[in-house]
Write a protein that binds this ligand. Structure first.
Ligand SMILES: [Fe+2]
Ligand SMILES: [Fe+2]
Length: 165
């Protein structure tokens, strides 16, 4: 019979997934910052890059709580989402639609993170790891706030600018 796997195994697996994803994201954000046309969007990406560094540290703290080494596990989902963002950067470079496209790509990243952190936070609570749940919730709130800020930027400038004159 296969070794019995439990919620602890799922939790550790998913933690490794988001750890890999966050490190990928921290490398992608400076590229998006450079590509963005509007100063406000550049600033939003710069701010989230700094937050992402902190989020990586929080994940390392969660690994520590578990007594496991901080190790990532290749996340195909984030690879795909980031590859699509790079496609937008290439294909819409120098066009009025670039910022709207960058925002849509960044929001796909945020939504992926929100689903991961939402799940991890609940599992941490069920597993009685309240300190870990608190750390995961802090990051979850940052991701949600970032998503909301991006929507505001899309509404206030990028989508209008992207429309044909
Ligand atoms: Fe993040
Ligand atoms: Fe994020």
């Amino acid at each position: 019979m296969a070794k019995e796997k439990t919620l602890d195994d799922l939790f550790l697996d998913t933690l490794k997934d988001i750890y890999y994803a966050e490190r990928k994201i921290s490398k992608a954000l400076p590229k998006m910052e450079r590509a963005a046309q509007s100063p406000d969007l550049k600033a939003a990406f710069a701010k989230h890059r700094e937050e992402t560094e902190m989020q990586i540290e929080r994940l390392q703290q969660v690994f520590e709580i578990l007594g496991k080494p901080a190790r990532g596990k290749t996340c195909d989902a984030i690879e795909g989402i980031i590859a699509e963002g790079e496609e937008i950067m290439d294909e819409f470079k120098g066009t009025p639609a670039l910022d709207a496209g960058l925002i849509s790509a960044a929001q796909a990243v945020e939504h992926y993170e929100i689903t991961r952190y939402g799940t991890l936070k609940r599992w941490a609570t069920v597993l009685g790891m309240n300190d870990a749940a608190k750390l995961l919730d802090q990051t979850l709130q940052e991701e949600s706030k970032t998503d909301g800020d991006l929507t505001k930027l899309a509404d206030s400038q990028a989508n209008e600018m992207a429309k044909a004159a």
